[in-house]
Ligand binder design. Sequence first.
Ligand SMILES: Nc1nc2c(c(=O)[nH]1)N[C@H]1C(S)=C(S)[C@@H](COP(=O)(O)OP(=O)(O)OC[C@H]3O[C@@H](n4cnc5c(=O)[nH]c(N)nc54)[C@H](O)[C@@H]3O)O[C@H]1N2
Ligand SMILES: Nc1nc2c(c(=O)[nH]1)N[C@H]1C(S)=C(S)[C@@H](COP(=O)(O)OP(=O)(O)OC[C@H]3O[C@@H](n4cnc5c(=O)[nH]c(N)nc54)[C@H](O)[C@@H]3O)O[C@H]1N2
Ligand code: SF4
Ligand SMILES: [Mo]
Length: 738
Amino acid sequence: MIDRATSDHASYCRVCLNGCAIRVGIEDGKAVSVTGDKDNPVYHGFICVKGREQVRLLADPRRLHHSLKRGPDGRLHPIPVDEAIGEIAEKLAAIRERHGPRAIAGYLGTAQTNAAATCSIYTAFIQALGTPMNFGAATIDKPGKKIGHALHGRWGAPPVGYDDPEVIMLVGSNPLITFTGFPYGNPGRWLNERLAGGTKLIVIDPRRTDVAKRAHLHIQAAPGHDAEIAAAILNVIVTDRLYDREFVDSFTDGLEALAETVKPFTPQAVAEMAGIEASQIVEAARLLSSTRRGYINAGTGPNMSGLGTLIEYLLIDIHTLCGYWLRAGDRVRQPGVLAQPAPAVAEVKKPGRAYGFGEKLRVRDLAGTAAGMPTGALADEILTDGEGQVRALISCAGNPAGSWPDQEQAIAAMKSLDLLVQVDPWMSSTAKLADYVIAPKIWLEVPSTTQMLDQLTRFGVGYGLAEPYAQYTPALVAPPEGSDLIEDWQFFYRLAKAMGLQLNVSTLILPNPARAPLDMDSEPTSDELLEWLARDARIPLSEVKKHPGGAIFPDPPVIVQPGDPMNEHRLQLAVPEMMADLTALSPEHRRAEARPLRLLCRRMMHVYNTNFIGALPANARPYNPAFLSPDDMVAYDIGEGETIEIASDFGEIAAIAHTDESLRPGTVSISFGFGQLPGESADPQETGSNTTRLLSMSAIYDRYSGQPRMSNVPVSIRRLAGKRKARPEAGVEDRPGA
Ligand SMILES: Nc1nc2c(c(=O)[nH]1)N[C@H]1C(S)=C(S)[C@@H](COP(=O)(O)OP(=O)(O)OC[C@H]3O[C@@H](n4cnc5c(=O)[nH]c(N)nc54)[C@H](O)[C@@H]3O)O[C@H]1N2
Ligand SMILES: Nc1nc2c(c(=O)[nH]1)N[C@H]1C(S)=C(S)[C@@H](COP(=O)(O)OP(=O)(O)OC[C@H]3O[C@@H](n4cnc5c(=O)[nH]c(N)nc54)[C@H](O)[C@@H]3O)O[C@H]1N2
Ligand code: SF4
Ligand SMILES: [Mo]
């Protein structure tokens, strides 16, 4: 036997946003094991199935080893990456010359977070091209957070957030599985510590999730009633004068108008609509207003219900009424590490723009928003003839044909483009439709810093770290032998260079996203670029690098400064469009909807959106079960593992039914991300079911962000002929990490 030496290296996981500190075993230049780093002060050894599986996925033969170009035979063939870049540059230049820069759109998806440099260099490229058509996944996720917050106005210091909250309210978010709503790190351990310290947890979710089971108050409401529930909570807080009077008097406008608008939303009326107890609403209002140290996080469930902006706005009203903002003299617990320190002044900021600004879109009266350009309109912008039509799409780290609501429309749009470039390590649905697929290096093959986590901390409450923690990792392994891969940022740098464009790059991290020119004559190394991106950091990257396993950098402390007493800006509790939207929901205005059930979004531990969906762990089901309550399984005469049809007003899909006792009857809970292109596989038991086929971009949508209704979708179900045997119970689906 040959004695192979395994060397042990510190790194962090980039498969999802959580950024777990890991130890990587390397043998002959290849990763052979990934484990949680037990000595890490934030993660304490936490890791999940996806993190461990990356060893297998890095070496998976289905990963793309070469970039591809569609040939005259209609098929994709390998092409040297720099040759592909040269050809793409020529084609883009020709389209820009003929139709103007607006004919070229960019789409940067969720996997941008995998490498620290991607977003900055992509953004600089789009800006250098001169196109306003810059899209991302944020506007089909939770765009109402940014828009609602912009409407409400911004406090000059961070929220209390993760800094020892005494009350937490989660509205349709599931942090123990998704790492959204609790600080990045070890969410189970963090929750245990909080609960042991007396923190009260409220969860509003039609599903009794693992986190709901641990809540003091689980409001298992029917889906789609979050705005009314928030209004009823506001009603109680205002009527019973439970709010932080000093803060509200000094820094807000609109309390009376708000009080008037929420009047019809009594706990009794709303409880009846949402199928809950009025006392639960009153209890939530009392718990929330019992302290100034709290936070509220709404996840995809409420945000996808078609009223995301209104819901986020009302929740931030609650936040402000309860006074959950840091005040003068408070210490900012997570001021950023590889970012400039967070701004921290106890005053209201100058109002910013919320929606309807910048480039006007040609459909649904949409325009730019505080959360970016409305992706809900991009397929229509591609499919609608006329002046300004989008003819080329550069899509990186996202998967339009797999993730955009209404897959049929997305596919039609991708097919009608003059040029579709997809940057993707896997043969995703979009890659299959592309003219060029650029194959990138991923994860342990790429050096990176946790700068992205600092950025996410500032995205809103519910993201990022509780501690000023940072880590740097070098590239630890070489890409597969014989492959021809580049990093995502290198694609955009080289494409700019081939088009003769100068890149002006910012770190994208507030407060100062100033741009600086990048040397276009000699390509920097990734490590040089990471240094450069961290040039304004609170802690120099060289200091962070001295702690290969990651460390917390509390000093120097950042303290909230007193505000200017002459500052007259106020937080707006009752902007007219939000109050009008709310009034339209009042009990007498509600209309009944056809179809008896509501489709709920859901995420599973072993899956990450549409990523590596064809290469899931061996002990996982290869499909996404359609979970139903035991009552509905009986009512619709469906047996465990049988195939059902789920039909909406826009399409129908076949799916495999499983019982889930945690569900409120009347709901179907199913993860998205599964299913292939139509015609590829008809068997839901083999490849799963594509829920985006049940959605429409234009039927019901949030009128500010253009986000279509993607959860709480009216559906009917029926058992399809033929009994199927369920796959053995799989082990990894909803099991939290260890
Ligand atoms: N393991 C894993 N982690 C992930 C992802 C993944 O695919 N896998 N995806 C990442 C991404 S892109 C995102 S955006 C986040 C999302 O993170 P979360 O927002 O936590 O995601 P979900 O689990 O989809 O939905 C949360 C809950 O919303 C509930 N819900 C559905 N409709 C409603 C409603 O109308 N009202 C209320 N109150 N609740 C409702 C559902 O029952 C569900 O429990 O997760 C990220 N993290
Ligand atoms: N029906 C329904 N639709 C939804 C949702 C839902 O809950 N239900 N959720 C919505 C939400 S919250 C989101 S965020 C969007 C997600 O929308 P997208 O961001 O468009 O989709 P993802 O599946 O995250 O796409 C990730 C893609 O990047 C590729 N990739 C992985 N790693 C890398 C890398 O390092 N570099 C590059 N270049 N590519 C990489 C993957 O192979 C995959 O093709 O989907 C939305 N769509
Ligand atoms: S939670 Fe899992 S996938 Fe996400 S960073 Fe940690 S180990 Fe990686
Ligand atoms: Mo998302």
